[in-house]
Design a protein around this ligand. Structure first.
Ligand SMILES: Nc1nc2c(c(=O)[nH]1)N[C@H]1C(S)=C(S)[C@@H](COP(=O)(O)O)O[C@H]1N2
Ligand SMILES: [Mo]
Length: 446
């Protein structure tokens, strides 16, 4: 490998160091650590590299000899995307590092969820390319069990395939986790890790048709260029996939725009998957590669307890052996009351308009009901057809409290198989996925 003399004008700042690692970790290592990386021997940070790192950190690194090759000091890798929180409207911050925030139900009233009100779920740091909104040279590799592996630029995607725009629900598999008892670790999502923006891109199925699936293709594996929370550029943040039959549904998109604009940094700029009906984790942001697999994908967070449920019902708190866990696929039927806001006063003896959305992982919501008496009686709500499959559906109902006092409005959606949202948290599982309990809001009749 050629030696690389670091001249002063090549001194790297914070962003530069991160970028150098993204472009070519070996060269970056050599520039910063002054050595050829060697996996089984620790190198020493020295010379111009040490100076650059020290300058970027604003301090010397007394233990620099112990800093392993390829590990960017975490202080340099701190970009969680938090500066974009100001563009969000009233979201509840659940975790700053990585950045996770959910939307209160009453702010999810829009038919099409605006950027300002879409939840944020990051497993790692936001990549520099997204923070810079720099899509130059971006490519998507589609390879594995395919006849013609392809590397597609954004222009290729835009020009070689039909562009489609669909409203699609994106819901985190852990939405509702906060209500499990005993609780599960992870972000304590209540009801607002869901939204339904309009996505523009190409059908994943069209791209898969173009590369030509081999008969052994059974699963997809997704990759993005976000950075592990440790700052280690070699670590994959999350890499999930879906059965090839799911990937070929016409509503699964490779999207470059949300609500008519380039994807925002927090939501996957410049390219992401949108796999509606599946846990949000399948919808890879910052998408760089789709690896078609000849077996169930085994990327990071596909195994263990991540996005997996016990294969059989268990009592709350049960220790479930890992080999008894199964991948969470289709999300359950669900609804949200988006108006009125919980806790408001409403007039006695007069109808109050209740509204919200309903959706189901199988794309088939059949009925919507509300109750004003803690589930003793249910009244049918009016349910609109979705603009397309996997969009959430608007519903509305009028309820009339007959005397003054405290009431709860409960909402319950039913899917095409007659499966309803339960009145209690269903299916306890170790990591708290798939909670589709009915939604409740409080109203005070005065
Ligand atoms: N590259 C990448 N893609 C990702 C994630 C991530 O951390 N990195 N999080 C996933 C999870 S768990 C969810 S729920 C959705 C959240 O999408 P959003 O942040 O745009 O709302 O993105 C998914 N795609
Ligand atoms: Mo998620």
């Amino acid at each position: 490998m050629a030696t690389h003399q670091t001249r002063p004008e090549e001194r790297l700042d914070h962003a530069g160091i991160r970028k150098a690692y993204e472009d070519d970790p070996d060269t970056a290592d050599q520039r910063l650590f002054g050595r050829v990386p060697c996996p089984d021997r620790r190198g020493f940070l020295k010379g111009a590299g040490l100076a650059a790192m020290g300058t970027a950190l604003g301090a010397a690194i007394p233990f620099h000899r112990n800093l392993p090759a390829g590990v960017v000091p975490v202080a340099l890798a701190q970009d969680t995307g938090a500066k974009h929180m100001g563009e969000k409207d009233g979201l509840t911050l659940l975790n700053e590092r990585p950045l996770n925030a959910e939307t209160p139900a009453h702010l999810l009233d829009d038919d099409v969820t605006p950027y300002s009100r879409l939840f944020i779920r990051s497993n790692g740091l936001i990549p520099q390319s997204a923070l810079d909104m720099d899509a130059q040279g971006w490519t998507l590799t589609v390879d594995g069990e395919v006849e013609n592996p392809l590397e597609l630029s954004l222009d290729d995607l835009k020009s070689e395939f039909e562009t489609v725009t669909l409203a699609l629900v994106l819901e985190c598999g852990g939405n509702g986790r906060a209500f499990f008892d005993p609780g599960a670790s992870g972000n304590q999502w209540t009801v607002g890790a869901v939204g339904c923006p309009e996505w523009t891109g190409v059908r994943l199925s069209d791209v898969l048709a173009k590369v030509g699936l081999k008969s052994g293709a059974v699963y997809t594996g997704h990759y993005g260029n976000d950075v592990d929370i440790s700052g280690d550029m070699d670590k994959v943040v999350i890499s999930r996939g879906v059965p090839i039959e799911k990937a070929q549904e016409p509503e699964c998109l490779i999207a470059w725009a949300m609500n008519g604009e380039d994807l925002p940094a927090l939501h996957g700029f410049p390219l992401r998957l949108v796999i509606p009906g599946y846990p949000g984790s399948a919808s890879q942001k910052f998408l760089t590669r789709i690896w078609v697999r000849d077996k169930v994908h085994d990327g990071r967070k596909m195994g263990g307890y991540s996005y997996r449920l016990p294969a059989y019902p268990v009592a709350p708190g049960t220790e479930v052996p890992e080999q008894d866990m199964e991948i969470l696929t289709t999300m359950p039927v669900k609804s949200l009351i988006t108006a009125p806001q919980t806790g408001v006063e409403v007039p006695v003896g007069q109808p109050t308009r209740i509204r919200g959305h309903a959706w189901a992982g199988n794309g088939d919501v059949q009925a919507m009901h509300v109750s004003l008496d803690f589930g003793q009686t249910w009244q049918q709500a009016e349910l609109d057809a979705p603009p397309n499959r996997y969009a959430w559906q608007r519903w509305r109902a009028d309820v009339t409290p007959r005397e003054a006092g405290y009431y709860e409005v409960w909402s319950r959606a039913t899917d095409g198989n007659g499966v309803m949202q339960p009145p209690v948290t269903p299916g306890w599982n170790p990591r708290g996925y798939g909670n589709n309990m009915i939604h409740r809001v409080a109203i005070f009749a005065v």
